[in-house]
Ligand binder design. Structure first.
Ligand code: ATP
Ligand code: MG
Length: 483
C-alpha cells in the first residue's frame, strides 16, 4: 500500500490538533490558554507571548492548537521567510492592524524568534517590537533559546516555558502511534527510542517511523541506538586507545562512532602529545604517520579498503606504542576545528552577504563570494556606495561592518545602516541605484589608480558626486556590473 497517508511523516500525521491532545507540559499549556482568554475581553496588556524551549516539544503545535480551540484565524511568518524589517511589516504589520474578514481574531505566529536578527537585519527585531506595541491582534512567538531573542521583544511578551518530555510520556505516545499503525510493539523497544530522544518528541516519532514503518511487530533488537548519542562516545574511543591495552577493543570501538577516519585521526593527533610521554609519543606518531599514508591512498586511488588499514594503525598502532600506563589529561577536540568554530561567525557573515549579492546578481553564493565580494568590499570604502549597497541588498549591521572592515558597534556602521534604511523607506530596495555616479568616480580614479590599495580612504573628492545625488534623471540600476 502506498497511499499519501503511508508516505506521510508520522510527526506530522500525529501532530495534536487541539491543546488537550498535547502530551505533558500541562502548566505552559494552561498558561497559554489563560493568555488567550484575556483576548475575549478586548486587547490585553500583554499582547504577545513567547513559547520557548528545546526543539520538538510542542511549541509550534501548541500555537496552532490554540488557534483551533479558540477558532482564531492564523497568519504565519515562518522561518523560511526573510525576516527583514520590510517582510515583518508587510505580513505581520497589516495582519496586526485588522481583524479577519469575518471580524474574528487573527493569531500571528512567528516561529524561531531567536533567529530574527541573526538571519537578517536588526531592523527585523525593531519592526517586530513596534508591531507588538501597536497590534490589535494576538501574537505568538516561539524560540529555542530565549537568550537569542532581543531584550526589547522579551520585555513586551509573556514568557511561557516548555519543558522536554519524560521518556515515559514519550513512550506512551509512541505506543498510541503503534496501535494506530497496527504494529505490535515491545514496550522496552519504545522506551529505548524514547530515552534516546532526550525529551524531543519529534525525533522520537521520527526514529519510531524509521524502525517500525512497514512492520507488523517491533522488537527491542530492531532498535539501534541512534547516532545522536555517538558524539559522546568519541571520548570512550580515545580512552580505549590511549589508556587501554586491548588492540582489538580499541579498533572495534571506532565502529560504533559517527566519525570518519579523517576526523578520528585528527582527534588522536591532537590528544597524543598530552596523553603519552617521551618515546611513546614518537612510537605513536610513527603509527599515525603510517595511518596518514593509507588515508592519502584512499584519496588518491578512491580505494576505500585502505580505510581499514588506516583505522588499525591509528587505533591499535597507537595503543601498542605505550610502554607504561597513562591516566592522562582531559581529551580535547582538534584545535583546527576550534579555530574554524571561532571564525565561524565571520564566515557566516561573509556567506550571508555573498548570498544576498548572489540573489541580486542572479548568480551562486560561491561565485558572488569569490568574484564579486572582493570588489564590493573595495568599492565600499566609499561611504555613499556602502549606503546604497546596504539598501540594495538589505545588509544588517554585522554585514556592513564586514564590508567596510569595521567593528559592528561603531558609529560609522550604525549611520550607514540608518541611511540605508532611510533610503529604502523612500524607494523600494530594487530601485536603489547602487552605482549612481560611479562613472564619474571611475574617471577621477583613473587619474590615481594606486588609491585602490587603501580601502580606508574614499577614492575621490566627494563634492561633484554629492550634486549628482540630487539630480532627478538617474539611470536605473539593473545589475552590479551596470556601470
Ligand atoms: N507535547 C507534545 N505532544 C504530542 N506531540 C508532540 C509534542 N511535542 C511535539 N510533538 C510532535 O512533534 C512534532 C513537532 O512538534 P513542534 O513542531 O510543536 O515542535 P517545536 O517545539 O515547535 O520544535 P522546534 O523548536 O524545532 O520548532 C509534532 O508534529 C508532534 O507530532
Ligand atoms: Mg516549532
Amino acid at each position: 500500500m502506498n497511499t499519501p497517508e503511508t508516505n506521510m511523516e508520522w510527526a506530522e500525521k500525529y501532530r495534536p490538533a487541539t491543546l488537550s491532545e498535547i502530551v505533558g507540559n500541562n502548566k505552559p499549556v494552561s498558561d497559554l490558554r489563560t493568555w488567550a482568554l484575556h483576548w475575549q475581553h478586548g486587547v490585553p496588556d500583554r499582547k504577545a507571548a513567547i513559547l520557548h524551549g528545546k526543539p520538538g516539544i510542542g511549541k509550534t503545535t501548541a500555537a496552532h492548537a490554540l488557534a483551533r480551540d479558540f477558532d482564531w484565524e492564523v497568519i504565519e511568518l515562518n522561518a523560511s521567510d526573510q525576516r527583514t524589517a520590510a517582510a515583518i511589516r508587510r505580513v505581520a504589520g497589516i495582519a496586526s492592524e485588522t481583524a479577519s474578514f469575518g471580524g474574528g481574531t487573527r493569531l500571528i505566529i512567528l516561529d524561531e524568534a531567536d533567529n530574527i536578527h541573526g538571519s537578517s537585519d536588526r531592523g527585523g527585531a525593531q519592526a517586530l517590537a513596534k508591531i507588538i506595541k501597536e497590534t490589535s491582534q494576538p501574537i505568538l512567538l516561539t524560540a529555542n533559546d530565549l537568550y537569542g531573542v532581543s531584550q526589547s521583544i522579551k520585555n513586551l511578551c509573556t514568557s511561557i516555558t516548555f519543558r522536554s518530555l519524560q521518556s515515559r510520556s514519550i513512550a506512551q505516545l509512541l505506543r498510541k502511534i503503534c496501535n494506530n499503525e497496527e504494529i505490535t510493539c515491545d514496550p522496552e523497544a519504545l522506551l529505548k527510542i524514547a530515552e534516546t530522544a532526550h525529551g524531543d518528541v519529534r525525533s522520537a516519532i521520527n526514529d519510531l517511523q524509521a524502525v517500525a514503518q512497514g512492520k507488523s511487530e517491533l522488537h527491542q533488537d530492531d532498535v539501534v541506538v541512534s547516532s545522536r548519542d555517538s558524539r559522546d562516545t568519541i571520548f570512550d574511543v580515545l580512552k580505549k586507545i590511549f589508556r587501554g591495552k586491548d588492540i582489538k577493543e580499541a579498533l572495534n570501538a571506532t565502529y560504533g562512532i559517527d566519525e570518519t577516519p579523517e576526523d578520528l585521526i585528527q582527534w588522536i593527533d591532537e590528544n597524543l602529545p598530552a596523553q603519552y610521554r617521551g618515546d611513546d609519543i614518537a612510537g605513536a606518531m610513527h603509527a599515525l604517520s603510517r595511518a596518514d599514508i593509507f588515508l592519502g591512498r584512499v584519496h588518491l586511488r578512491q580505494n576505500y579498503r585502505m580505510w581499514r588499514y588506516a583505522g588499525a594503525m591509528m587505533t591499535s598502532g597507537v595503543t601498542v606504542s605505550k610502554s607504561r600506563e597513562y591516566h592522562g589529561a582531559q581529551f580535547m577536540p582538534p584545535s583546527k576545528w576550534r579555530m574554524l568554530r571561532s571564525t565561524r561567525t565571520s564566515r557566516q557573515v561573509r556567506d550571508g552577504i555573498s548570498e544576498k549579492i548572489g540573489v541580486k546578481c542572479q548568480t551562486s553564493q560561491r561565485y558572488a563570494r569569490l568574484n564579486i565580494l572582493p570588489f564590493v568590499k573595495m568599492l565600499s570604502a566609499d561611504r555613499d556606495y556602502a549606503v546604497r549597497l546596504a539598501a540594495w541588498t538589505n545588509l544588517d549591521t554585522a554585514e556592513i561592518a564586514y564590508i567596510i572592515g569595521s567593528k559592528k558597534d561603531t558609529k560609522k556602521v550604525k549611520t550607514i545602516h540608518q541611511n540605508a534604511q532611510d533610503l529604502v523607506e523612500d524607494v523600494a530596495p530594487e530601485e536603489v541605484n547602487v552605482f549612481d555616479g560611479f562613472e564619474s568616480r571611475a574617471k577621477v580614479a583613473q587619474g590615481k589608480p594606486e588609491k585602490k590599495d587603501k580601502p580606508g580612504k574614499p577614492m575621490e573628492p566627494k563634492k561633484p558626486e554629492k550634486k549628482q545625488d540630487t539630480k532627478p534623471e538617474k539611470k536605473s540600476q539593473t545589475s552590479l556590473f551596470d556601470f
